[in-house]
Write a protein of this length. Structure first.
Lengths: 155, 550
């Protein structure tokens, strides 16, 4: 099979770029912990309200620098009372659903989590700026999907 | 001209394709006005029904029927007339696919299936919606096997020879399609249908999502490869040259069989139940598919330059001016290719693991697929429609129609540029996709999204309106060339099927040994999916019962 000289240059350039891209993504992911939200924990979708931490949704301080926020998503809202967290501290979000698939997405941040019934999605995030952030659902969940929102206050 | 029976089968496919196109684009223009708060739907119709119909009719039905019309015509042209069995099964395939389409559409219109074309469980549509979708797949398989049968007869009669490039590429696309469908067939047959009819109580949600995306990503290559076939085999003829390299064209296509399937997790990067290792592995495999696309880009520009220089273009870029810009069959496809440059680059962003969090399920994604399937693929199909219908009907493609063709592709480009740019910018700011009109109780951040010069509802609505006008011009051209335009009487008036010559003398034979490519593809699929899917089944949480939330 004959490759034109220019095609060899073009493909080498392309393949080297791909390797560079993937290395940047991979190193950032696995050595600096920049991984997308996820997690392997499971939960009975019918017993969410009796299962920790969702039996007591909202903000819990774990230690001096870490807070946990447990949220239950359901059509068409979030069971997450009194969402106030400090800036500059690690916040661990844990979200699950009692019905269909939703998302837990905080505007102007990298918190963008798919919420799947039977699963617990986890994401660690540190807010830099205080303010009131809009939380919304960006996965279609029914007639009221575009009304599904909440707010988190960062102080 | 190809045999009359094949012309009839192909024209029926085109008729269904353009009926779906008409309804689908109408649903599209309604959406931009609802999102704009300029339009209130009557009580019996809601936004998500329209959105479901728009997605199903354009992304699944228009594309599939058009692709088979193109394949049937091209296979008859390059391998000779169909035998009676191939004809019979092509018709059965058409009717089964159509029956499934009608069934699914009725369920959507009846409000029994506002689950969008991704139908994520545990949203539970009427069981007949899933049966309809299954029939669509089964129908395409019947049509596929008819074409493969035709190909096998040719291979038997031409022992030791490589098949013509068009047939090779068609078979590649069909192999890709059949392997891809296994995922959606498994989930619909074994998960959704028993659950929707009440034979099982619950469904394993994460497994159903993963099987859907095992299908969902190669689906986009099923749309793209027929466009690539046109780029490789039709465009050189329009330029008056041969295919740049027969062997590299074939190599690019078999690489798509290998690398377009084991990549579905890149649609699931922000969800639980799949560990980071497997997500990242599939990200790496996703990037591999860029290689055959780079090869295609090289071939295209090489073809352009060779043709331009033959016509007397000189200097570094002089050849560019010599391209046949006045030929709407060429210009349409050239614009389609140009749109694929930002489209492909956006795809690299989307698949880049953690970077996906910035854009996942925002309007950016909507912008992305409108400049991939919505323009590079759709406008290539438009560029083919201009000659394919008159070729099949034996009518003329008149000067007036050619001028209208230019108006159509230029308006489509402008409309798409406005709409998709607005969508990309809005998505980067955080505006979600798949939503009816919403200001989130006038939350200041939501208000901010729509304040920009480009990022506002007006730009999107203007773009959408221009697109709809363009679609209606295309419908006019389709109807005219199908039923009204004068019959071609002299050889000059006859519309040709522009199929380029391809020099196969240096093409290695192993490229057409399908078992090699199917074997490697199967190995890659097992590597990428076996362990995470087994884990999903063995460590499944209690399943979900169904919900009807619309």
């Amino acid at each position: 099979m004959h490759f034109h000289k220019y095609e060899k240059i073009w493909l080498s350039f392309g393949i080297v770029s791909l390797i560079v891209f993937l290395s940047v993504v991979g190193v950032s992911a696995f050595s600096q912990n920049h991984t997308p939200s996820g997690g392997m924990d499971t939960i009975d979708p019918e017993k969410v309200n009796e299962t920790a931490p969702f039996d007591n949704p909202g903000v819990t301080q774990l230690d001096e620098d870490t807070y946990q926020v447990a949220i239950v998503a359901l059509a068409f809202g979030y069971n997450a009372p009194d969402l106030r967290v400090p800036a500059g501290k690690e916040i661990i979000f844990k979200v699950t659903s009692t019905d269909v698939v939703h998302s837990f997405t905080i505007d102007n941040t990298k918190v963008n989590m798919m919420v799947v019934p039977g699963r617990v999605t986890t994401k660690s995030y540190t807010f830099d700026e205080p303010g009131k952030y809009l939380i919304l659902c960006n996965e279609y969940c029914g007639t009221g999907h575009h009304m599904m929102s909440a707010e988190i206050e960062v102080y | 001209m190809i045999a009359q029976p094949e012309r009839k089968i192909a024209l029926w496919h085109l008729g269904v394709a353009y009926t779906a196109f008409l309804i689908g684009t109408l649903m599209g223009v309604l959406q931009v006005f609802i999102r704009n708060d300029a339009l209130q739907l009557p009580a019996w119709l809601d936004y998500y029904q329209i959105l479901t119909a728009h997605g199903v009719l354009l992304a699944l039905i228009y594309t599939t029927f058009f692709i088979f019309a193109f394949f049937i015509t091209g296979m008859s042209k390059s391998l000779g007339s169909f035998g009676p069995k191939v004809r019979l099964f092509s018709w059965i395939g058409l009717w089964v696919t159509l029956l499934g389409t009608v069934m699914a559409t009725v369920m959507i219109v009846a409000g029994e299936a506002s689950v969008l074309y991704t139908f994520y469980a545990p949203l539970k549509a009427n069981g007949f919606y899933y049966v309809g979708l299954a029939l669509v797949i089964v129908g395409t398989w019947i049509s596929s096997f008819a074409l493969v049968g035709h190909y096998m007869v040719w291979r038997r009669n031409n022992k030791g020879q490589l098949s013509p490039l068009f047939a090779f590429m068609t078979v590649t696309t069909i192999i890709l399609w059949i392997i891809a469908c296994l995922g959606v067939v498994a989930t619909v047959l074994f998960q959704y249908i028993p659950w929707a009819f009440g034979w099982t109580d619950t469904i394993n949600v994460e497994l159903s999502r993963s099987l859907f995306w095992y299908f969902g990503h190669p689906l986009v290559y099923f749309w793209l490869l027929p466009a690539y076939i046109a780029w490789y085999t039709i465009v050189p003829k329009l330029l008056g040259v041969k295919v740049f390299s027969d062997s590299l064209a074939r190599l690019a296509f078999v690489l798509f069989i290998l690398f377009s399937i084991p990549v579905g997790f890149h649609h699931q990067l922000t969800e639980p139940g799949i560990s980071n290792f497997w997500k990242f592995l599939q990200v790496v495999l996703t990037f591999m598919v860029i290689v055959p696309s780079l090869m295609t880009a090289f071939s295209m520009f090489a073809t352009f330059e060779i043709s331009g220089r033959q016509k007397g273009g000189t200097g570094l870029f002089g050849w560019f001016k010599k391209l046949p810009w006045r030929d709407v069959r060429f210009t349409s496809i050239f614009i389609a290719m140009a749109f694929f440059i930002p489209g492909g680059a956006g795809g690299i962003i989307n698949a880049s693991f953690q970077l996906n969090e910035v854009v996942h399920n925002t309007l950016w994604i909507v912008g992305h697929f409108h400049i991939t399937v919505g323009t590079p693929v759709a406008m290539t199909f438009m560029g083919l429609t201009f000659w394919l219908i008159p070729y099949l009907t034996g009518r003329r493609f008149t000067k007036r129609m050619q001028r209208l063709g230019f108006v159509q592709i230029i308006t489509w480009s402008i409309g798409m540029l406005l709409m998709s740019t607005a969508q990309h910018v809005l998505g980067l700011m955080g505006a979600p996709r798949r939503t009816a009109y919403s200001g989130y109780n006038d939350h200041p951040s939501a208000m901010e999204w729509f304040d920009g010069i480009i990022s506002n509802h007006v730009t999107m609505a203007i773009g959408g309106t221009i697109l709809f006008l363009s679609a209606m011009i295309l419908m006019y051209i389709v109807i005219m060339t199908m039923f009204v335009s004068p019959k071609a009487e002299t050889p000059e008036q006859m519309v040709e099927f522009p199929l380029a010559e391809s020099d196969m003398s240096h093409t290695p034979k192993w490229l057409e040994n399908w078992w090699i490519w199917i074997g490697i593809a199967a190995a890659l699929i097992i590597i990428a999916y076996a362990i995470p899917l087994t884990h999903m089944i063995q460590h499944a949480p209690p399943g979900s019962k169904g919900f009807i939330t619309w």
